[in-house]
Write a protein that binds this ligand. Structure first.
Ligand SMILES: [Zn+2]
Length: 424
């Protein structure tokens, strides 16, 4: 099985928000045959391009003093790269005319795939982690091809228009989120059928809003019971359906651990677990997007606790353990704010729940104490509400300019999920 929980990627330097949605495809018999035929041709081409690169290394990278009698000088040519390999495609179409029945961008994408695999092997990925030597793929392991550029309006009703394959029925179990555009489309063949993976980009044009109202400011605090509380005392509760699906996740997790390793029943439960994980992740993401939108509709500036500070207090840690989703919510919020010309200001987190938001006195309280009662000034508030006001007050001191530079310095690190291939 193959689960995907790609949430956000920063593409190069641009700040567009990307996300992927996966749907089931229902091709007709003819379309399915055509997809299979493409896959086998693309697989052959993939292996051919890989072999081409290996050959070059064998011919050019052997040590100069090793066996000069056997190592004849190869015909001189440059190290094959993306561009040189791409240039071979028109020739391929001449010698093997059936390749011209594949959409040309899909064919070109195979060259890119070879390039990516090879780069990862030679240079490592963005974290410098190198992967093993690229392997030839047997036909049944080559399961995906990609349309790297989709046109506007390619999805009409429940039909996706894939050039040279035609219009294929999609099971749209959830709609494309508002303001998103389809950038790429991949077709994958899995054990249980065909899938369409769409990569989506937030197409909302960043409205420059230099005259935003610095008075329209709030602070938000994470809660144990509520997802967040604002300085105005509004709460965003964690949706019931999210809690339910998480509960179910735990049930299935137990099921997996109870069943015997290697058994069919366990395998079934593992598959179930993968599906449930995806469900929970999808629900959480939807909830995060909605919550961020609601906040930015109401406020121009939002103060949050800076998570990049070392030595988070124990209670904060407890919270972050409870729901690791907070930091991914903050990334979404920050991105949305930037795209809308608004601000998210991270402030120092220490003491926000202990200090009185009215008089500043220290009112120590333990994690289970949910109410703030100040013996000094008589201020009485919910604990999270009090903290949110403190967070807001810490941001108020910033001039807009100062705040802007602060924002660019302390960009909240995006949790860049990548494709996780889970072999079961
Ligand atoms: Zn007080």
């Amino acid at each position: 099985m193959y689960t995907k929980n790609l949430a956000l990627i920063y593409k190069g330097g641009d700040k567009q928000l990307r996300t992927t949605y996966q749907y089931r495809l229902r091709p007709t018999k003819q379309q399915a045959t055509e997809i299979d035929r493409w896959l086998s041709m693309l697989c052959a081409q993939y292996n051919y391009l890989l072999a081409d690169r290996f050959n070059w290394y064998e011919q050019n990278c052997c040590p100069i003093n090793a066996c000069p009698l056997v190592c004849h000088l190869p015909e001189f040519r440059d190290n094959p790269d993306y561009y040189s390999q791409k240039k071979t495609l028109p020739e391929l179409k001449k010698t093997h005319p059936h390749y011209s029945e594949i959409y040309s961008q899909v064919l070109q994408d195979v060259v890119r795939r070879v390039q990516v695999t090879f780069d990862r092997f030679l240079k490592g990925d963005s974290n410098g982690k190198r992967s093993g030597k690229p392997r030839f793929k047997p036909r049944d392991r080559y399961r995906t091809f990609t349309y790297p550029q989709m046109k506007d309006g390619c999805l009409q009703g429940n039909l996706i228009n894939l050039p040279m394959l035609g219009k294929i029925k999609v099971i749209l179990h959830r709609p494309i989120p508002d303001g998103f555009k389809i950038k790429t489309a991949s077709v994958t063949k899995k054990a249980d059928g065909y899938y369409l993976t769409l990569s989506l980009e937030d197409a909302t044009v960043p409205a420059i809003k230099p005259d935003f109202n610095p008075e329209s400011i709030t602070g938000i605090d994470v809660g144990l019971k509520e997802f967040l509380t604002t300085a105005e005392g509004e709460v965003a509760p964690i949706p019931q359906h999210y809690r339910k699906s998480q509960k179910r996740l735990r049930v299935i997790q137990k099921r997996v651990s109870r069943r015997k390793k290697g058994s069919k029943r366990r395998l079934k439960a593992v598959k179930q677990l993968g599906r449930q994980h995806k469900k929970v992740a999808d629900k959480r993401k939807d909830f995060h997007f909605k919550t961020a939108n609601n906040l930015l509709k109401k406020y121009d500036v939002i103060a949050v606790e800076d998570l990049n500070v070392k030595g988070l207090s124990r209670s904060k840690l407890a919270k972050s353990v409870l729901d690791a989703g907070w930091s991914s919510f903050l990334s979404i919020l920050t991105n949305k704010a930037e795209n809308a010309g608004l601000l998210v200001i991270p402030v120092k987190a220490s003491g926000t729940s202990q200090d009185c938001s009215r008089c500043g006195a220290k009112v120590p309280k333990k994690l289970h104490e949910r109410w703030h009662d100040c013996p000094n000034c008589g201020c009485s508030l919910h604990r999270d509400h009090n903290a949110a006001i403190n967070i807001k007050n810490r941001a108020v001191g910033h001039s807009v300019l100062k705040a802007k530079s602060l924002l660019s310095n302390s960009r909240i690190v995006l949790e860049a999920y990548t494709y996780h291939e889970v072999e079961v």
